[in-house]
Design a protein around this ligand. Structure first.
Ligand SMILES: *[C@@H]1O[C@H](CO)[C@@H](O)[C@H](O)[C@H]1NC(C)=O
Ligand SMILES: *[C@@H]1O[C@H](CO)[C@@H](O)[C@H](O)[C@H]1NC(C)=O
Ligand SMILES: *[C@@H]1O[C@H](CO)[C@@H](O)[C@H](O)[C@H]1NC(C)=O
Ligand SMILES: *[C@@H]1O[C@H](CO)[C@@H](O)[C@H](O)[C@H]1NC(C)=O
Length: 435
């Protein structure tokens, strides 16, 4: 069931490319329901995703669930939040990332901080023995916090939580249960903070600033207006509002998983990470990660710590981790790079292999990537045509055609098959499309 709650917000693309705001549609008549409206210059007290990746925004006794929709009383979602202490607001909140610490059973729990107390919820249910004093759970972390965010190992040096109070940041190491204090005077005072899709955001007023979780460094271009990125507000969009595609209308251009396990699907000008269900599945403009690839891709594959993107006659090779960098001298032509000519429909490399399997029309073309120069080693006719994309992992090969995919045990089975297997449907769980 968890997978079914994944959500896709094509319109909330946190693109780094500037796009002019579109003109305001006719002002939306605001219902006089006594509820706050998040587009009205709201400064959030706290923001956190829950264990399903749904984002919650808090202000006073209210919250907003997800990036769209009306306010509701916080105690409708988290029963004990207001009533117990009559505080009427949350100071800070975060979702725990603590998978590796044996004996701790708090991974994906969400923590709320109210004055000197902490509440731990899982599945929207308050855990036994909560609320507690902050000092009991997070020794060294002060009360009356401003903001908090998870920071997993790899992004911080150890699984940590960042707590903000004024310009001070308390970095709480979950393994050693110790605190290091930093002062980031250059960052605005955050009233709420989140980690989302491996990025860190400090919210202040209706603005937000992206920062580096270890150094606090801020890239140029911030603050930005949260109403353009983290919610749907009339007159505050920064791009077009693409609709969530129906699963029955899905059409991929390419799919690949890099050597770090980051899995990407490409369709039109957008890409989507398929392995980020903890934060929901979201689409972004391809140029956000691969800035030279301006008009979409035909095929993609990963090999030797590099991602190959093919568009028309061009092969772009990217190295490193996201954001990826184009290898010098690229793009090159298909002929020059792979010894192949003509339109490429799909391409994939199976784990621990040095062959890229390229689908061109009804042919499967194998190219040895370890040879110099690279050249075709084999061409096999296929029993299916019009393939859009292909991928290979330890479970086998999937080839995608419209809203269907076909599964094969291996590239050899695909090459030897005389008839196509039963098509399977692309589902919401796979691609966050509308069922
Ligand atoms: C939620 O809080 C409001 C006041 O903030 C209170 O009137 C209401 O009874 C509470 N609801 C529940 C279900 O506890
Ligand atoms: C989550 O809570 C709901 C009711 O609040 C319950 O029906 C469900 O079984 C719970 N799920 C888990 C995994 O505990
Ligand atoms: C930010 O926090 C500091 C305390 O660290 C406080 O002195 C200062 O007034 C705050 N700034 C604003 C603009 O609220
Ligand atoms: C938001 O940022 C803009 C600049 O991008 C700045 O002019 C404005 O004062 C900021 N507002 C708040 C409330 O921080």
């Amino acid at each position: 069931m968890e997978l079914l709650t994944k959500t896709l917000f094509l319109c909330l693309a946190l693109t780094l490319t500037a796009a002019d705001p579109v003109p305001a549609p006719d002002a939306v008549a605001e219902a006089d329901d006594g509820l706050p409206h998040r587009c009205d210059d709201v400064e959030f007290d706290a923001i956190t995703p829950d264990e399903k990746g749904i984002m919650f925004f808090f202000k006073g006794p209210h919250l907003w669930r997800g990036f769209d929709g009306d306010a509701q009383l916080s105690n409708e979602s988290f029963a004990e939040l207001d009533d117990l202490h009559h505080i009427g607001h949350v100071d800070a909140a975060f979702r725990m990332h603590n998978e590796d610490n044996v004996g701790e059973h708090d991974h994906d729990h969400i923590y709320f901080f109210l004055d000197d107390q902490v509440f731990s919820y899982y599945n929207h249910t308050l855990e036994a023995n909560y609320p507690k004093a902050i000092a009991d759970d997070f020794p060294g972390v002060p009360g009356h916090l401003d903001a908090a965010a998870e920071c997993p190992k790899g992004e911080c040096t150890a699984d940590s939580v960042l707590f903000f109070k004024g310009h001070d940041v308390f970095v709480y190491d979950l393994t050693t249960k110790t605190v290091k204090t930093k002062t980031w005077d250059h960052l605005p005072n955050c009233t709420s903070a989140i980690r989302w899709q491996e990025h860190y955001y400090c919210f202040h007023g209706h603005n937000f600033t992206r920062f580096h979780p270890v150094t606090g460094e801020v890239n140029p271009g911030y603050p930005k207006d949260a109403r353009k990125y983290f919610m749907k507000c009339p007159g505050h969009t920064h791009g077009d509002h693409s609709k969530i595609p129906k699963c029955s209308e899905m059409k991929l251009d390419a799919i690949t998983t890099d050597d770090d396990g980051k899995s990407y699907m490409f369709a039109g000008a957008l890409y989507m990470r398929l392995d980020t269900e903890r934060d929901g599945l979201h689409s972004f403009s391809i140029t956000r990660q691969w800035k030279e690839v301006q008009t979409g891709v035909d095929a993609a594959f990963s090999y030797d710590h590099k991602i190959y993107l093919i568009k028309d006659d061009n092969v772009f090779i990217y190295k490193g981790a996201a954001p990826y960098t184009l290898v010098e001298g690229y793009p090159k032509t298909l002929k020059e790079e792979l010894g192949v000519e003509g339109h490429v429909d799909a391409a994939f490399v199976c784990p621990a292999e040095n062959t890229v399997h390229i689908i061109q029309g009804t042919n499967l073309v194998d190219v040895d990537l370890s040879a110099t120069p690279r050249a075709i080693t084999k061409t096999t006719p296929l029993p299916i045509a019009d393939i859009d994309a292909g991928s290979c992992d330890s479970h086998g090969v999937n080839v995608y055609k419209g809203h269907h995919f076909y599964h094969y045990e291996s590239a050899t089975t695909l090459a030897m098959s005389k008839i196509a297997p039963m098509p399977q449907d692309i589902t919401h769980a796979m691609m966050a499309c509308q069922e």
